[in-house]
Design a protein around this ligand. Structure first.
Ligand SMILES: [Zn+2]
Ligand SMILES: [Zn+2]
Length: 334
């Protein structure tokens, strides 16, 4: 049996440099409708951290995390139309049942029986990964492996958040937090001629937002000088959601782009929600979001800022994400 190396989670707990064990494992075989990928790069998402630390209990252990996989098809199971050699991306939504009420109404992001990559099935912190062929996305040549990886969750879900918030061209949009997702959403907003205000902690993140073209930059609880039409919160903090509400115009929308919030504080309805202001949550993604975003990224020449880690240092990459120490995204190259 041919072997590969993988970074494996056995027991959840506070992230440490060796929370993930580097192990030799069998290279999996693709079943019917699946492809085997040689992993070229895998982005590190904050959700991976939530899984490793047990805030999201992994659906199985041992587990290989990672759901922003760029790879090349090296083998196909029965019934797969893809060719070996094809370069594809795998994202968080690794499969759906296709039959539940949400799938049939075109909201597969809410599927009752989804399969999430690096959560229900092994992900991309490894040399090889298996994925459902109908849930991989062909990648344009214009974007290289390492820079494509963060587009596959941080990018797609940030893009979905803009859709959920209902952003229209030319609007004033607030981004709360400026990490992997927000730094990719900002150029999309700029391409739509939006004015972008960024509220984030840390001088380093504020300087990064300035370099990416933000129109106004302040602290996480600071209010931009003009009211916002839409706001997207990326920080896993309820206080930030309340701050965003406080910055909205009447009829404005806050979209919460966090799979986990520390807590939702009490807030004053009269001043913060009345006036048809809305709070929405952003859950997962659809394949259409992925396709539309990847095409847009290629069209506008979207660039991501990445810090590369070898597989052996996957644990350190998670620590860097936890410490909010990076500009942009961490990417593992096995
Ligand atoms: Zn993710
Ligand atoms: Zn479904």
């Amino acid at each position: 049996m041919p072997k590969q190396r993988a970074a494996v989670l056995h027991a959840t707990g506070p992230a440490t440099a060796d929370r993930l064990r580097i192990e030799e494992r069998d290279i999996p075989e693709p079943g019917d409708g699946a492809v085997l990928l040689r992993v070229a790069a895998c982005g590190v998402c904050r959700t991976d951290l939530h899984i490793v630390e047990g805030e999201l209990q992994p659906h199985r252990t041992p587990l290989v995390p990672g759901h922003q996989i760029v790879g090349r098809v090296v083998a196909c199971g029965a019934g797969v139309a893809l060719q070996t050699g094809a370069r594809v991306g795998v994202s968080w939504l690794g499969g759906t049942d296709g039959t539940c009420r949400y799938c049939t109404m075109g909201r597969e992001n809410l599927c009752d029986a989804p399969t999430f990559t690096g959560y229900d099935v092994d992900g991309g912190y490894a040399e090889y990964a298996v994925a459902r062929a109908d849930f991989v996305h062909t990648l344009p040549d214009a974007i290289d492996d390492v820079h494509a990886a963060p587009l596959l969750c941080a990018g797609i879900i940030g893009f979905r958040a803009l859709r959920v918030a209902g952003v229209q061209a030319g609007e004033h949009v607030g981004l709360y937090g400026f990490g992997a997702s927000a730094h990719l959403a900002l150029p999309v907003l700029k391409a739509w001629n939006c004015r972008v205000s960024v509220a984030t902690r840390g001088e380093k993140h504020r300087a990064f937002a300035a370099a990416r073209g933000a129109d106004w930059i302040g602290g996480p609880l600071e209010r931009p000088p003009q009211p916002l039409d839409r706001a997207i919160t990326f920080a896993p903090a309820g206080d930030v959601v309340v701050a965003a509400l406080g910055a909205l115009r009447k009829g404005g929308v806050v979209a919460i782009n966090a799979i986990h919030l520390d807590r939702m504080p009490e807030f004053d309805y009269d001043s913060l929600l009345w006036g048809e202001r809305e709070i929405r949550s952003v859950a997962n993604m659809t394949r259409q979001d992925a396709r539309d975003f990847i095409a847009l990224a290629a069209q506008i020449g979207l660039t991501s800022e990445v810090t590369v880690y070898p597989l052996e240092r996957a644990g350190e990459a998670l620590l860097a994400v936890k410490a909010d120490a990076l500009d942009g995204a961490a990417v593992i190259v096995p």
